[in-house]
Design a binder for this molecule. Structure first.
Ligand code: SF4
Ligand code: SF4
Ligand code: SF4
Length: 263
């Protein structure tokens, strides 16, 4: 892009952690030579939500009827739409209990409190509009922002990661918390890119970067391993759903492992 690229950063239902992570990148100041920020309320209260942009970055899950309309408007105004973070890409941890009635969840959190919006179950942005690229993580790594934005700004296309956290973990020589401590690490089915952050501290991965491609994430194989370590089907599903509740293969693959098995 020869002229300055117009950028918009929009927030749906989220903790604002992705925006904050992006805002704290030192290189953002240098990038201002190449970009013009049209909309980013965290940085500028006078932002124009209706501006036409080259790249729209969307944080958060679609969790209200108003946000359904907002993402449609963002799509109409943007050449490239990027979903940022696990809330936008996978629906986030707020999708964890997606199979429970919304009214029940709502009452648990808010009681009889009144709100001015129309709530709905949290969903990924791609459920409502075409998303061109995803930046994974909760929050994403700073290098992921730099890589994605930098690549798009030279009219190229950033590559996706299609290998699991385990690969980075083994390369670092970490002891395996799954094999050595029997902890339910989701590294084998989770997209790499965080340099195996959690297992490097001896903590099992909870899958914040989402499952690797649907035909590669072997939920069934890992569920079998967890079953052998004593976890029940419910415990396995609960863990795998933290960041993958909307994955269309998850339940079917885990169910298969427990068919005909007495717990
Ligand atoms: S992906 Fe994580 S850091 Fe980003 S908005 Fe959602 S909860 Fe916050
Ligand atoms: S600790 Fe987790 S991420 Fe690391 S190798 Fe073991 S299962 Fe894979
Ligand atoms: S190890 Fe797993 S939970 Fe931890 S940052 Fe990486 S993907 Fe997220």
């Amino acid at each position: 892009m020869r002229r300055k690229a117009k950028i918009g950063f929009y927030a749906l239902t989220s903790c604002y952690g992705c925006q904050l992570q992006f805002a704290m990148i030192d290189e953002l100041v240098q990038a201002l030579e190449k970009i013009r920020i049209e909309c980013w309320f965290m940085l500028d209260r006078e932002s124009n939500e209706n501006a036409k942009v080259d790249i729209a970055l969307i944080e958060g899950s679609v969790s209200t009827e108003e946000e359904v309309e907002l993402v449609k408007k963002i799509r109409e105004n943007a050449k490239i739409v990027v979903a940022v973070g696990s809330c936008a890409v996978q629906g986030g941890v707020q999708s964890w209990e997606k199979d429970k009635p919304l009214e029940e969840l709502w009452k648990t959190v808010y009681g009889d409190g009144k709100v001015k919006f129309k709530p709905k179950m949290a969903e990924p942005v791609s459920k409502y509009i075409k998303v061109d690229y995803n930046i994974y993580g909760c929050p994403p790594e700073k290098k992921d922002f730099i890589y994605a934005l930098g690549t798009l700004l030279i009219d190229s296309w950033p590559e996706d990661i299609d290998y699991p956290v385990c690969l980075e973990c083994r390369l670092k020589g970490n002891p395996c918390v799954l094999i050595e401590k029997g902890e339910p690490c989701l590294g084998p089915i989770t997209r790499a890119g965080c340099d195996a952050r959690c297992p490097s501290y001896g903590i099992a991965c909870i899958g914040c970067r989402g499952a690797i491609g649907y035909d590669v994430a072997w939920f069934d194989s890992l569920a079998r391993t967890f079953r052998e370590k004593g976890l029940t089907k419910e415990e396995i599903l609960e863990r795998m759903k933290i960041f993958n509740a909307h994955n269309p293969k998850l339940e079917e693959m885990v169910e298969k492992v427990f068919q005909g098995v007495e717990e």
